[in-house]
Design a protein. Structure first.
Length: 328
């Protein structure tokens, strides 16, 4: 009879510490490469921006600190005057008068552009498809017309003797417009220029707002109608929250474009009559190119650049707040 030996085996043996397999950890170099790659991808664009925008800006700042009139330009003299150009500009009453005129002119055009464009965008949303296409083609044609060609047409329309506007108003019963000169004062001249800019600015803004309106789901309007909301209440409750970021964007772009508009103002009356329709870009041209005071004009351009930089910073701040609000 053989005796059986009870051999008890351990349930689980722990391997020695030297043979344990360490958990896999991502390499630190891999993490660093993942962080660096996005910056390397945008590096060419940053270099291009610095070369195309940064270097001219530095040159502008350098010229603004010099006395660079026609004599210095011909002889090549380098005369540093520090902030004398800025002091002379800021102490000139004409500069402040033109600045106030430019700000009021820009604000009026931007407000009119937004209101008309929003109306056109809402109209396109509710029009018959055929009529909507006709309206869109008309807007594209108005937008595609060259600036000088449109300016010439507006000059013909508002002509004192042969303009179709004065004749139309006379036939409608406003006989006081026979021989009326729309360019006899700065206010009326700026009104014509504002209508010209408005004509060319509305198509882009209207199409942009219309694209935002197309992104609003129809179910939201149906839900608002079921709750008893009228057209105005539906606009503020449904439409406006959806297009508010787009309105902010087009407002910022319109301010930038209208603040530095030059071609229309110069082509109409070169800032006349008697400088009453002169804006900052025209004043900059008269000082620099026409007057050969390039240092003073560079100072004016630098001040305009500071204003636009402040507006850009404000827009970026609003954009960041909007994104944070969406996230939260």
């Amino acid at each position: 009879m053989t005796a059986t030996q009870d051999v008890s085996m351990p349930a689980r043996s722990t391997p020695p510490a030297s043979t344990r397999v360490a958990p896999h950890r991502p390499r630190r170099t891999g993490r660093m490469s993942e962080r660096i790659v996005p910056y390397l991808l945008i590096l060419p664009a940053l270099v291009a921006i610095l070369v195309l925008l940064g270097w001219p800006t530095l040159q502008l700042l350098g010229i603004s600190l010099r006395r660079l009139d026609l004599r210095e330009l011909v002889t090549g003299q380098l005369v540093w005057v520090g902030f004398d150009n800025f002091t002379a500009t800021l102490s000139d009453p004409e500069f402040w008068q033109i600045t106030v005129r430019t700000v009021v002119f820009t604000a009026a055009i931007v407000l009119a552009t937004l209101l008309v464009s929003l109306f056109v965008a809402l109209l396109m949303r509710h029009l018959n498809p055929v009529i909507r296409v006709v309206l869109q083609v008309t807007l594209v044609l108005a937008w595609a017309t060259p600036v000088i060609a449109t300016t010439t047409v507006f000059q013909w329309m508002f002509d004192q003797q042969y303009g179709i506007l004065n004749k139309t108003l006379d036939r409608l019963g406003f006989h006081g417009f026979i021989g009326f000169s729309w360019f006899s004062s700065g206010a009326s001249t700026l009104t014509v220029i504002g209508l010209l800019i408005l004509w060319q600015a509305v198509p882009f803004v209207a199409f942009t707002l219309y694209a935002g309106l197309l992104g609003v789901p129809a179910e939201q309007f149906e839900a608002a109608a079921i709750d008893g909301a009228g057209a105005w209440q539906s606009f503020w409750a449904v439409t406006w929250p959806a297009i508010r970021p787009i309105v902010t964007m087009v407002t910022f772009l319109s301010v930038l474009w209208d603040f530095k508009v030059f071609s229309q103002v110069w082509a109409i009356r070169q800032g006349g009559p008697d400088g009453e329709s002169t804006t900052l870009p025209v004043y900059l041209y008269l000082k620099g190119i026409a007057g050969s005071h390039f240092g003073a004009s560079a100072a004016i351009a630098t001040l305009m650049l500071i204003v636009l930089a402040v507006l850009t910073g404000r827009y970026i701040q609003l954009l960041v707040r909007t994104k944070e609000g969406d996230i939260s």
